[in-house]
Design a protein around this ligand. Structure first.
Ligand code: BYC
Length: 330
């Protein structure tokens, strides 16, 4: 390693500036980013499944249109994140294979089933709420492409949280059955949402180094606390009870005290033993296999378009034109 390069890297981090793909970076920094960004991208793509389960059963046309837009946003988030990871020298196809053969993870939260329509509200309110708290600081992450991708993602996550809140708000002002359905969903999603922030700081493998590199700006426990402080007043507005008898405001610290999630359950879910792990990965594998022809067609089309462009610039006739696609028709 060249010490001038190492010094330039450290000076960039210390100055709160961004590391860009062309810059030298330590291999461990690169590996950490690939791990985190890929895990994040996989979470967005796998995260389309639990809510996608309700698109065909949304209670009104407006709810269906909103949910479709949200799930499409998640596909877009996955795309920006895979593109950010590719700037680190890995291919999207390689990352997808690492997900499918279990070498890379995705968020624990998406291994829980969506049993009722109220679950779509609870996911928007709690899961996207947790995502915002976790991801807003990533807009200031030290790696430029990741930080820039996160800015747009966070704007869309705010809309996602509002739609979840709105679903629950409507249900809690509905019939007794609708109120009970909303409460049941909150009861089931509360602790898995707290677990999204990862293991407690004392046993978190990566936090210290990731914070030193300014990939993570705050620790897992810090963000978990921030989330609870944000959610408790919102639960009061909604009129739902958070399922934690120990929840109480500590006037000295200015924070809500709460029961932490069951971390044994988190580790079990991460290691493949959650209620829906098998279903999520099986679905993803099928989609990957069934989408092979689309990827092949896109690669063949890009090769033809590149050959045509090359022949036009060199003045030779080149291969025949590929069939026109709509955006090529002037
Ligand atoms: N689930 O040392 P730690 C969304 C793993 S998308 C699974 O604290 P780190 C949405 C961790 O990877 C939400 N695994 O790790 C989408 C590590 O294992 P490895 C996704 C977890 O990285 C669609 C080990 O445990 N958000 O919101 O410093 C619809 C030790 O952990 C989890 C992101 O990906 C978990 N919950 O911190 C709706 C955000 N927690 O890799 C919504 C970006 C920990 O050593 N990621 N692990 O084998 C991060 O901020 C961080 O990676 C984490 C973990 C806070 C998640």
């Amino acid at each position: 390693m060249d010490s001038a390069e190492q010094e330039a890297f450290e000076a960039t981090i210390a100055a709160d500036s961004t590391i860009e793909p062309r810059d030298w970076m330590p291999e461990e920094y690169r590996r950490t980013l690939i791990r985190q960004i890929a895990q994040h991208a996989h979470s967005e793509i796998i995260g389309m499944q639990p809510e996608g389960n309700w698109i065909g059963r949304a209670p009104t046309l407006a709810r269906k249109a909103i949910l479709l837009a949200k799930v499409q946003d998640e596909a877009g988030h996955g795309l920006y994140l895979y593109a950010a990871a590719e700037t680190l020298g890995v291919s999207r196809d390689d990352l997808e294979r690492r997900l499918l053969d279990g070498r890379q993870k995705y968020s624990s939260i998406f291994n829980y089933p969506t049993l009722t329509w109220a679950d779509v509200g609870a996911i928007g309110w709690l899961v996207d709420g947790a995502a915002i708290v976790n991801q807003v600081p990533l807009c200031r992450c030290s790696y430029g492409p990741y930080a820039r991708a996160m800015i747009r993602i966070c704007k869309e996550e705010s809309f996602h949280q509002r739609q979840g809140f709105d679903i629950l708000y409507t249900l809690t002002r509905g019939t007794d059955e609708q109120r009970a359905m909303a409460q049941d969903a909150v009861d089931r999603w509360w602790y898995p949402s707290l677990a999204m922030f990862g293991p407690p700081d004392a046993i978190s493998t990566h936090t210290e180094r990731s914070m030193a590199w300014r990939i993570k700006r705050f620790s897992n426990d810090h963000l978990r606390q921030k989330f609870v402080d944000m959610i408790v007043p919102q639960a009061e507005v909604l009129g739902v009870r958070l399922p934690d008898p120990a929840l109480r405001f500590n006037a000295k610290t200015g924070h809500w005290e709460f029961t932490p999630p069951d971390y044994d359950e988190l580790f079990a879910v991460i290691s493949g033993r959650g209620p829906a792990n098998r279903q999520r990965l099986t679905h993803r594998r099928t989609a990957y296999e069934e989408g092979a022809w689309v990827r092949e067609a896109a690669v063949a089309y890009a090769a033809k378009a590149a050959a045509r462009a090359a022949s036009q610039s060199s003045g030779t006739a080149g291969p025949p034109r590929a069939p026109a696609v709509p955006d090529e028709v002037a």
